[in-house]
Design a protein around this ligand. Structure first.
Ligand SMILES: Cc1cc2nc3c(=O)[nH]c(=O)nc-3n(C[C@H](O)[C@H](O)[C@H](O)COP(=O)(O)OP(=O)(O)OC[C@H]3O[C@@H](n4cnc5c(N)ncnc54)[C@H](O)[C@@H]3O)c2cc1C
Length: 399
């Protein structure tokens, strides 16, 4: 093992959460060292929905002009019954929504967002980015500092550590012995050129087709040049306890009874790769000494609210504000960061599970859900206020 390199704030993980945290802390005056295990900073080829709560964060970081250039601004979130093709409801995200939440709803390519964050981090001289550094061990030192060891033998002595190392976070082991919870659902993704798309309901919207044990999400990304599709379904093979589950045969079986638009839609996903989806139960604390968690490492959630990355961005903003307030008083920064973020992020974790149940319900539950959805006004924001409303003093973000 090499002699330790002394650093101030050390961030483990260079995904959307880690990058945004590094940027927010550096903008608040902290030198930041970020370690990423992969040889390059990359995101998977897929779309990302970004709610106004996260758009405000990107604006605060000065990134909104770059984001606006590559994003798409949908008119609404359109919910359809995946079996009958019936329109159930629309969440209007037009002017009234923007006005209420002080920022727009947008959709974009994940790698566009990571690229924008990366470029901003690289132009910030307080940030050091290192690839190919897989953190294998994190330990408290007697004086309160933190020792971080990497697989390649490098060692760091940090004043504080942010674990932004995702669902299977190594850093989380310092805080909790819990394991990821498997949902039994598999997700397939696909991106195609917009020109290859048949005339379609979804070109100006995020369209969500919901049905028993399955759903399909479609929306345009990258200035409307590409079209993103995500198909998700509950696996019977998983329920039977089989190790090999979620494959394309099951995908086709689960969507066999869907309406023609949905069956056409699932032809757009890449069948060679799929994700078994996991979350975790909320924790009562994310912090141990001068180590805390952020993003999926802290609060991995199912994707049904489109909020995992958005909550990570909210974490980053909160952290930056605490650094601006408390400087290098890391104990105060971490405690206050957690105090501000834990409740909302935990609520998002549990609300995402409930939302998934509502989408995937069958029988009488489905009939009731459809009745409630078709009865709601498109500009009824009762159920989104807790997630999207800004703090009173936050400025508005224009499109
Ligand atoms: C199907 C699907 C759809 C989704 N849609 C949305 C959406 O529309 N909107 C939204 O907001 N969210 C969405 N999410 C959630 C979102 O993808 C995640 O919440 C978000 O990417 C988490 O970012 P993160 O930076 O916390 O973690 P990650 O993206 O997992 O990044 C962690 C990083 O840490 C690195 N790392 C891991 N271990 C180590 C280690 N030991 N040492 C060094 N580096 C390490 C990894 O290589 C990685 O780069 C979706 C998720 C899924 C599965």
């Amino acid at each position: 093992m090499n002699a330790p390199a002394h650093v101030g704030l050390l961030v483990v993980g260079g995904g959307i959460g880690g990058m945004a945290a590094a940027l927010a802390a550096a903008r608040a005056g902290r030198p930041v060292h970020l370690l990423e295990r992969a040889a390059q900073f990359t995101e998977i080829g897929a779309g990302l929905q970004v709610g106004p709560n996260a758009v405000r964060v990107l604006a605060d970081l000065g990134l909104y002009p770059r984001v606006r250039d590559v994003a798409v601004f949908p008119e609404g979130g359109v919910f359809m019954d995946a079996l009958t093709g019936e329109h159930l409801t629309t969440l209007d995200v037009g002017p009234a929504f923007r006005d209420r939440y002080g920022a727009p709803y947008l959709v974009m390519h994940r790698s566009d967002l990571l690229e924008i964050l990366l470029e901003a981090c690289r132009s910030e001289n307080r940030i050091t980015l290192e690839n190919g550094r897989e953190v294998t061990h994190v330990a408290h030192l007697p004086d309160g500092a933190v020792q971080v060891d990497c697989a390649d033998g490098s060692r760091f002595r940090a004043q504080a550590v942010i674990g932004a190392d995702g669902l299977n976070s190594r850093v989380r082991g310092l805080v909790s012995a819990d394991e990821p919870v498997c949902s039994g659902y598999a997700a397939y993704r696909g991106i195609m050129p917009m020109g290859d798309l048949d005339a379609h309901i979804g070109e100006a919207s995020v369209v969500i087709w919901i049905g028993p044990g399955m759903h399909l999400v479609q929306y345009p990304i990258r200035r409307g040049e590409l079209y993103n599709t995500v198909a998700v379904f509950r696996s019977d093979a998983y329920a039977r306890g089989e190790a090999d589950w979620g494959g394309p045969v099951e995908l086709d079986e689960r969507f066999a009874d869907a309406c023609p638009e949905v069956r056409r839609g699932i032809q757009h996903v890449d069948r060679s790769r799929y994700w078994k989806t996991y979350d975790r139960d909320p924790l009562s604390t994310w912090t141990s000494g001068r180590v805390t968690l952020l993003g999926d490492a802290a609060h991995p959630m199912l994707q049904y609210l489109g909020q995992g990355a958005c909550q990570a961005l909210e974490d980053a903003a909160a952290l930056g504000k605490r650094f601006a307030e408390y400087g290098d008083d890391y104990d105060k920064v971490l405690a206050d960061y957690e105090r501000q973020r834990l409740h909302k992020a935990s609520r998002a974790q549990t609300a995402a599970r409930t939302w998934g149940e509502i989408w995937h319900t069958d029988g009488i539950g489905r009939l009731l859900r459809n009745y409630i959805f078709t009865s709601r006004a498109h500009d009824d924001y009762t159920h989104t206020d807790w997630l999207y409303l800004p703090e009173p003093a936050q400025p508005k973000v224009g499109v």
